[in-house]
Write a protein that binds this ligand. Structure first.
Ligand code: KIV
Length: 298
């Protein structure tokens, strides 16, 4: 089944849960599609997980287009949502439209995501009218880490909860087809989910949301710089990778890899005997050709 922005709305109407994961490359995109994940987000969290920045602020449009294109090439039925990087949509509606258009045309996304509530509604409205499905993002919005004062749970007080509900209505009215709710108390996320027509996708928002998303390196135990409380590890691929790298290192050093099974044969072993006549002994490693090895050839 092809997943689109419309499918998302149908799934909410039918009470079906929506599964999302972040994704940043072609091979992983194919695995996620094979697993039946409904949508992947090429999140600007790639700034942390792929590029090693301490936050998402330095991610560029070019980064999003490169990683987005790779993921889109691996997905046929999975909806690919591309994050709009920091300061690619805040300056003006025109800037937002131009950049969202690039993510769709060059990054081959099926939708874009941006962070913020009422303040970005003019952008959401303009993009939606231009035929670009927009996913909104409320609660902990990592691009505002400097004004939020860190990665903190949002919407804990009555005023903050009211503001979140108002923002959720505003982005829905502006045309957003769904909204990520990040790091807000579970009862509030459920309340907002019930209040909205559009689906909510939770990350640290409890299980009352219409869908869930996790950063895939977090849920596979591949990224340990910081592990938020809401992350459940569904596998320890990080440990498996480290073990495989150690085994490879050991086999290379012990010359047990590559073995015959993983090597190619010469068509005719005599080729080397003929080739030995072309040797320049003074250029061999260590300044001379190994006599024992040569004797074997002749
Ligand atoms: O960039 C990202 O990965 C995100 C998710 C945390 C929702 O925005």
């Amino acid at each position: 089944m092809k997943n689109t922005a419309v499918t998302f709305q149908e799934m909410k109407a039918n009470g079906e849960k929506i599964s999302m994961l972040t994704c940043y490359d072609y091979s992983t995109a194919k695995l996620m599609e094979a697993a039946g994940i409904n949508a992947v987000l090429v999140g600007d969290s790639l700034g942390n997980t792929m590029l090693g920045y301490p936050d998402t602020l330095s991610v560029t449009m070019e980064d999003m287009i490169t990683y987005g294109g790779a993921v889109a090439r691996g997905c046929h039925d999975t909806l690919v949502v591309l994050d709009m990087p920091f300061m690619s949509y805040q300056v003006s509606i025109e800037q937002a439209l131009t950049n969202a258009g690039r993510l769709m045309k060059e990054g081959r996304g099926g939708a874009v995501k941006l962070e913020g509530g009422a303040s970005v509604c003019p952008q959401i409205k303009a993009m939606t009218e231009a035929g670009i499905p927009v996913m909104a993002h409320l609660g902990l919005t990592p691009q505002s880490i400097n004004t939020l004062g860190g990665n903190k749970v949002q919407g804990k007080t009555e005023d903050a909860a009211k503001k979140l509900l108002e923002d959720a209505y505003a982005i829905q009215d502006a045309g957003a087809f769904s909204v990520v709710l990040e790091c807000i108390p579970a009862p509030l996320a459920e309340f907002i989910t019930k209040a909205l027509r559009i689906p909510t996708i939770g990350i640290g928002g409890g299980n009352g949301c219409d869908g869930q998303i996790l950063v895939y390196q977090d849920m596979l135990g591949m990224f340990t710089d910081f592990v938020p409380k809401f992350v459940k590890q569904f596998g320890n691929i990080g440990e498996m990778m480290t073990k495989a790298f150690q085994d490879y290192d050991a086999e290379v050093k012990a010359t047990t890899f590559p073995d015959e099974e993983h090597s190619f044969k010469l068509k005719d072993p005599e080729i080397l005997q003929h080739l030995a006549k072309e040797l320049r002994p003074e250029e061999a490693a260590g300044g001379e050709v190994d006599a024992e090895y040569l004797a074997k050839l002749y």
